[in-house]
Design a protein around this ligand. Structure first.
Ligand code: ADP
Ligand code: ZN
Ligand code: MG
Length: 485
């Protein structure tokens, strides 16, 4: 810790997002994940000589949406470049990308940390195309342990957006929060499914450490294969420690690309970093420049929905929720919509929020589904809350009713009726049961009489047990008190 305090950590992230357009970036092939290999291909995305690319208008719109949501300045005149290199997953031997005139520049993303907000500059948002996918034979899927590889070109030409951050991130936790926030934002825009597991959201992390004295920036390394939020943070934590160790032993950090191994939690050198001039960038001669008119930009801006931070602020003002509750609900677009649907038919937003964040989220997480796939409609959640308010069921019974609603989609009233769960609020029904409990538990009764309030709780517990949790606890409390005081 001592040692680490002497150093400042500097991190910049490069994030790739596959867009969820119907077709590819420069041809009409369908986008697909998990289809039979090499069926969504054509001369353009297979790089046949003489084939000509055409830019996908929808992809430009989606990219524009992302750039605008990240507060970028938009380059109204923008062109594509060829980035030349050889790799077997790329049949053209160049990737169509953007170079000196990216679609969006100079944006930012505000990242909420527990006690402060970190504004992370967005250097650029540019458009490019994805490569094909190499599948290495053998059980581990790793290139070093396989004897041959297959290439699947279904992914080749998928519209890809690269979002490059300024080196404004100061810790691995901030990096993680940045990526979570960025993913959420893009999910709100409805332009990508942002699945880190399936690779539609990928992130490379650049990191350097430097002595706190002086403002020189250190030599960075770039970490690849960080395919979850946790790995991003862990990989960076490891790399920061490693670089500090290098500096402490008076050596130099070598600028290189490193591979994160999630099994060992370590990074190891892959290759020394290539420089931009190695790629021989030049303007793509087969594509016309893109000229965006103000009207088009405004049209796209209008399709951007209310974003999480704004939504959270509105929830605070409109429904009086606390800050944390607002963020929790507003961060999930479907949950936010669901919440507002509920608020239309039930007048206690705080109670709705409580259920959404508590029992509801727990079940959703357990089933690994989003609220959009839930069988409980907003109306039927509201019904349940009303039934509780009327005192027909206790909060304990409500939990079990809720679980059945979740599993079956049935409405609460019929579940309560079928299972005979209605709360017993009739003194005449409770009295004989209470008499039994008093008879069976003479010691706690004596304890209560000699001033131990706690003993009452024990007796109420017995009544609840005998009624399968259905006794109205307040009423049981009153009757017992009357009988034994
Ligand atoms: P390269 O030419 O190696 O691709 P760039 O200047 O394009 O480098 O930056 C790539 C990413 O690395 C950006 O996200 C940037 O913020 C980040 N970065 C640049 N310099 C540093 C540094 N010294 N330490 C950490 N991150 C850095
Ligand atoms: Zn194609
Ligand atoms: Mg770069």
């Amino acid at each position: 810790m001592e040692k680490e305090n002497k150093y400042r950590t500097v991190i910049g992230l490069e994030t790739h997002v596959e867009l969820s357009t119907a077709t590819k970036m420069f041809c009409g092939c369908r986008l697909s994940f998990g289809d039979e290999k090499n069926i969504n291909t054509c001369p353009v995305c297979l790089g046949h000589p003489g084939s000509l690319p055409v830019t996908n208008k929808k992809a430009v719109e989606y990219a524009l949406k992302i750039a605008l949501a990240l507060n970028c300045r938009i380059n109204k005149y923008t062109i594509f470049h060829r980035k030349n290199y050889f790799y077997p997953d790329m049949p053209k031997n160049y990737q169509i990308s953007q170079y000196d005139i990216p679609l969006g520049v100079e944006g930012y993303l505000d990242v909420d940390m527990e006690t402060y907000v970190r504004r992370v500059g967005i250097t650029r948002v540019h458009m490019e195309e994805d490569t094909g996918k190499l599948l290495h034979t053998g059980t581990t899927g790793r290139i070093s342990e396989s004897s041959s590889s297959i290439v699947d070109f279904n992914r080749a030409g998928t519209p890809l957006i690269e979002i490059v951050s300024e080196p404004d991130i100061t810790s691995p936790e901030e990096a993680r929060e940045y990526l979570i926030k960025l993913r959420n934002l893009i999910l709100f825009l409805d332009v990508s499914d942002c699945s880190m597991e399936e690779g539609s959201l990928r992130c490379d992390a650049n990191v350097s450490v430097t002595g706190k004295k002086g403002n020189k920036i250190g030599t960075k390394t770039e970490i690849k294969n960080l395919n979850s939020f946790k790995f991003l943070q862990k990989g960076l934590e490891y790399e920061v420690k490693r670089q500090i160790k290098v500096l402490e032993s008076n050596e130099r950090v070598v600028q290189q690309t490193r591979h994160y191994d999630s099994k060992t939690g370590t990074t190891k050198a892959l290759r020394s970093k290539e420089e931009a001039h190695d790629y021989r960038y030049f303007p793509e001669p087969d594509l016309v420049p893109i000229c965006l008119e103000d009207g088009v930009i405004e049209e796209v801006r209008k399709t951007i929905p209310e974003l999480p931070s704004r939504k959270a602020e509105r929830f605070k003002a409109e429904y009086g929720l606390s800050g944390d509750d607002c963020m929790f609900i507003a961060n999930d677009r479907d949950m936010a919509d669901y919440f507002e649907e509920c608020c239309k038919c039930y007048q206690n937003p705080a109670k709705i929020a409580n259920w959404l964040m508590g029992d509801y989220s727990a079940l959703l997480n357990k089933e690994k589904i989003t609220i959009k796939k839930s069988r409980i409609t907003p109306a039927s959640l509201c019904d349940m809350l009303r039934i509780m308010d009327e005192g027909k069921i206790s909060s304990r019974i409500a939990k079990s009713v809720f679980e059945e609603m979740f599993n079956t989609g049935k409405d609460p009233a019929s579940i309560i009726e079928n299972r005979g769960l209605e709360q017993i609020s009739d003194g005449a029904v409770l009295e004989p049961i209470i008499d039994e409990v008093i008879g069976e538990n003479p010691e706690p009764v004596e304890e209560f009489r000699s001033g131990k309030e706690k003993a009452l709780g024990f007796l109420i517990g017995k009544v609840m047990a005998k009624t399968g949790g259905k006794a109205n606890p307040q009423l049981a409390n009153e009757i017992i008190r009357k009988k034994i005081s």
